[in-house]
Design a protein around this ligand. Structure first.
Ligand SMILES: CC(C)(COP(=O)(O)OP(=O)(O)OC[C@H]1O[C@@H](n2cnc3c(N)ncnc32)[C@H](O)[C@@H]1OP(=O)(O)O)[C@@H](O)C(=O)NCCC(=O)NCCS
Length: 181
């Protein structure tokens, strides 16, 4: 899906939220690896990245052409500061009303408003694609993310006490949330 919006950050600077494109492949690959090393709240570790930069570029091109999936980047001063996307839960009739949200921002850009802007952009894309609900799961200790999602209307519908098994801290409880669109 295509998306583009200029926003003002909490520090007064401008940022652009837009769909990632093929030429962004290498930078998105690097940002993915850095965000996944900086926090233990994401699903995978950098050594589990199944893409190389060329595959990432193809993935971005595919998502841009997709009518119902999106991979967005937040650009600050010409650099990619984070990414977020929506993915279909399934293509079958009984599942195709559901999409899943994922987001990761480089630590040096936290607290500037990019998380809110990227999440709002994903909600817009999910509405435009015709989904009925947007879902996510979040580690229960991830206060920043939980507070962001709640403030945007996501509600908790369950928990998995051993949802993640962290290399660092062992089991992490996952909170399942959804937003009716
Ligand atoms: C979670 C994450 C996406 C938030 O992005 P961000 O750019 O820091 O968030 P924003 O600056 O837009 O802040 C959004 C909200 O977060 C909450 N928030 C911000 N700082 C916070 C803090 N220190 N503690 C608790 N909540 C906080 C506030 O509710 C804030 O709302 P506001 O806009 O009314 O102030 C980002 O920190 C991140 O990528 N973290 C690592 C990866 C991750 O955890 N991804 C989510 C997996 S489910």
């Amino acid at each position: 899906m295509k998306y583009e919006k200029k926003i003002k950050l909490k520090n007064g600077r401008e940022a652009v939220i837009r769909n990632g494109n093929e030429p962004d492949g290498k930078e998105v690959f690097e940002v993915f690896n850095r965000t996944h090393a900086q926090t233990d709240f994401l699903l995978s570790y950098p050594d589990e990245n199944s893409f190389d930069p060329e595959q990432e570029a193809r993935f971005l091109a595919e998502k841009t052409m997709s009518p119902d999936e999106a991979e967005l980047v937040a650009v600050v001063d010409g650099r990619i500061a984070g990414t977020a996307g929506i993915e279909a839960v399934g293509k079958k009739y009984k599942l195709k009303h559901r999409a899943e949200l994922g987001i990761g921002i480089l630590e040096e850009y936290w607290g500037l408003g990019l998380g809110r802007a990227l999440t709002e952009a994903c909600i817009q894309c999910a509405r435009d694609a015709g989904y009925h609900q947007l879902e996510l799961n979040v580690v229960a200790e991830n206060d920043r993310a939980l507070s962001l999602y709640r403030s945007l209307g996501f509600v908790e519908f369950g928990r998995n006490p051993g949802g993640f098994n962290s290399r660092v801290s062992g089991y992490q409880e996952l909170v399942y949330m959804l937003l009716k669109l």
